[in-house]
Write a protein that binds this ligand. Structure first.
Ligand code: KIV
Ligand code: ZN
Length: 393
């Protein structure tokens, strides 16, 4: 039977750590609403202890997007009381809140970063989980730098925090150091022990892309028993980024007999989500990026075009419509009318504009349409962004 894999999106936390990609409250809400449409299982909405603005954004997302039992809302804490309180006080408004805390397990983190002994760090982790459990039933513990940690110490940490009440264990390849065979083996060994200890605890992975292997490592982890994956849209994130959600999902779908695993993701929302995140964060997607790059479904060589005309599967392993690409884009003009413009905006995932906001955007659209004659999707993004900027949103 096909296994369900939980999808945890950290675009608004790890993704937002990209220099220059900071979003304001309204933009974060737009992205969170779109992630809900994409049907991720968990949204990590920010790092509330870092600033009042981040705290408020997590709280608003918990209230306005987390009002459903199909979605968990979480945020990140270090294993200290003040951070855990900030997470609790911001995510508690969601129907399904989760506290996520992180503490390193590698010698480099324990000794060099914290200057403590392994036992001291272990005790801090246990106490933090026990405290978080007095606030919420769902607690995720991330063993930062797990892939460079001593295996027996990593396991003793996991064992202790599970006994203290952690319901999800996340194994990060924090610096993107792992390679797929080795990371798969690590997850296999941890999964074996964890399922013997408590088979209700979810085993999760969080892979960075420093060696270009975040997606491959994530897939190797799934193959070896991981129940949950942490990803970002377009693979954005700290340094070289995180595992790209769209790559992991489309690999699972396209190679489903191999992985025998499924997710709740509505793949038809992938392209909208990618474009929304890219435009609001001002981060272009490289043209040849798998799944969401402009050229991912474009065929230029004559030999390929000839082959495709005879049989699409000669050079196409994914239908563009599966990820929400239209076979054609409707070009808007000054005569298109409100309905067509609203429809085009919704397709680009701008669903939250009020009637008044839409009227102002529509007026800008008419000015541009008169000047330019034809208005494309990329023009609509610019119109809405200018609207946000004008209103300090
Ligand atoms: O890369 C990392 O280790 C993290 C943790 C907070 C999960 O982002
Ligand atoms: Zn990370």
């Amino acid at each position: 039977m096909s296994r369900k894999i939980w999808v945890f999106d950290t675009t608004l936390r790890d993704g937002e750590q990209v220099p220059g990609a900071k979003l304001n409250l309204y933009e974060k809400l737009e992205v969170a609403h779109q992630l809900k449409k994409l049907q991720v299982d968990i949204i990590e909405a920010g790092f509330p202890a870092s600033s009042a603005g981040d705290f408020n954004a997590v709280k608003e997302i918990a209230m306005k997007v987390g009002n459903t039992d199909h979605l968990m809302i979480t945020a990140l804490a270090r294993a200290v009381k003040a951070d855990i309180d900030a997470v609790y006080n911001s995510v508690k408004y969601a129907e399904k809140p989760l506290i996520h805390m992180v503490l390193g397990t590698s010698d480099i983190h324990v000794e060099k970063k914290f200057g403590k002994s392994k036992n001291q760090i272990l005790d801090i982790g246990i106490e933090a989980v026990k405290y978080a459990k007095t606030l919420l039933p769902e607690v995720q513990y991330s063993t930062e730098d797990a892939s460079r940690s001593d295996f027996e110490y990593l396991w003793s940490t996991i064992e202790a925090v599970v006994k203290a009440g952690a319901t999800m264990i996340n194994v990060p390849d924090t610096v993107g150091f792992a390679v797929p065979e080795e990371f798969g083996e690590l997850i296999f060994k941890l999964n074996d022990r964890l399922k013997n200890l408590n088979d209700k605890v979810l085993l999760s992975v969080h892979c960075h892309n420093d060696l270009g292997m975040a997606t491959a490592n994530t897939l190797a982890a799934i193959k070896n028993g991981a129940d949950k994956v942490e990803c970002t849209i377009n693979g954005i994130g700290e340094r070289a980024g995180n595992a790209a959600l769209e790559e992991v999902i489309m690999a699972l779908n396209t190679r489903s007999p191999f992985y025998n695993a499924n997710t709740n993701i509505n793949t038809k929302e992938i392209m909208n989500t990618s474009k929304l995140v890219s435009s609001l964060m001002g981060l272009d997607v490289q043209v040849n990026k798998a799944i969401t790059g402009d050229n991912a479904f474009a065929h230029s060589s004559g030999i390929h075009q000839d082959g495709l005309l005879k049989s699409r599967d000669a050079y196409e392993i994914i239908s563009p419509t599966e990820v929400g690409l239209d076979d054609m884009e409707l070009v808007l003009t000054a005569r298109s009318g409100r309905h067509a413009v609203k429809n085009a905006l919704e397709k680009l995932a701008f669903n939250q504009l009020t009637g008044e906001q839409f009227e102002e955007v529509f007026a800008d659209f008419l000015v541009l349409a008169d000047a330019k004659k034809e208005v494309y999707n990329h023009d609509l993004y610019i119109i809405v962004e200018k609207y946000f900027a004008r209103h300090d949103m």
